[in-house]
Design a protein around this ligand. Structure first.
Ligand code: HBI
Ligand code: FE
Length: 265
């Protein structure tokens, strides 16, 4: 493994069964997401030709993504250290697991596999506003390492890149990869009355812890990808981290008086 934790994808090494599992997951999620994902997600699938059968070859995928927004996809063996992860994003490289889940893990797994990383994350990287947001996140992450503020900043990633919802003309839509790559959460996030759906506010998000072992108790809703970019690339995060240091966290199941709430669809 190289210093940057990247490894060869070994695309030729995938078995027919692994390609077939990708195709099965792809068909299942596209059918569920048709009326639930943001239009920008489908635009990315088209531009990147992700509906071709089989696990994508990262080299070819990177050629298409490079033309769209200057990003590449590189392979890693699983979770990598925070600072290495941020450095890749800051240089417009998205790291993706090269392995695919086993059939008995089809609905839940702990480490991000190629389906979560490529199907879930990569389509939106073809959208310039989102591509720039991800790079800015990487730069912010490198800065947060020295400010000891990764816990705060990772909540922003979690509630946008992983579990974000966005307003559209047809109501709330999914864009977070953790939702889009999960059958159960795709339905739960939009249709279930239980979780709170709260208008995005940067400091509110940074004060809200999250759970990694179950569906989310709250989701944050952005107005648009341009709006997400504006709200996060304007402010200097250092004084925000300093101010939030003195404030208590907000339980993810709790609604605050200032919260703007959205109904399940
Ligand atoms: N590594 N491969 C991989 N994928 C991630 O999403 C990832 C990671 N390492 C660290 C990390 N995410 C988080 O620390 C940041 O989002 C905060
Ligand atoms: Fe992810």
């Amino acid at each position: 493994m190289a210093d940057d934790w990247t490894i060869p994808q070994h695309w030729a090494g995938y078995t027919a069964a692994e390609h077939a599992l990708w195709d099965r997951l792809f068909a299942q999620q596209v059918a569920l997401l048709r009326t639930r994902a943001a239009p920008e997600f489908f635009a990315g699938l088209d531009v990147l030709e992700l509906s071709r059968p089989g696990i994508p070859d990262f080299a070819r995928l990177s050629e298409r993504l490079m033309k769209a927004t200057g990003w590449q996809v590189v392979a890693v063996p699983g979770l990598i250290p925070d600072a290495v992860f941020f450095d890749h994003l800051a240089n417009r490289r998205f790291v993706a697991g090269n392995f695919i889940r086993r059939v008995d893990q089809i609905d839940y797994l702990e480490e991000p596999d190629v389906f979560h990383d490529v199907f879930g994350h990569v389509p939106l990287l073809a959208l310039p506003d989102f591509a720039d947001y991800m790079q800015a996140y990487g730069r912010g992450g490198l800065r947060a390492v020295s400010l000891r503020a990764i816990d705060r900043l990772s909540r922003l990633y979690w509630y946008t890149v992983e579990f974000g919802l966005v307003r559209s003309r047809d109501g709330l839509r999914i864009y977070g990869s953790g939702i889009a790559s999960s059958r159960g959460e795709t339905i739960f996030a939009l249709d279930d009355p239980a979780p709170n759906r709260i208008g995005f506010d940067l400091e509110r998000v940074m004060r809200t812890p999250y759970r990694i072992d179950d569906f989310q108790q709250c989701y944050f809703v952005i107005d648009s990808f341009a709006d997400l970019r504006r709200r996060t690339e304007g402010p200097d995060f250092a004084p925000i981290y300093a101010r939030l240091g003195a404030m208590p966290d907000i339980d993810p199941a709790v609604i605050m008086p200032e919260d703007q709430l959205y109904r399940a669809r």
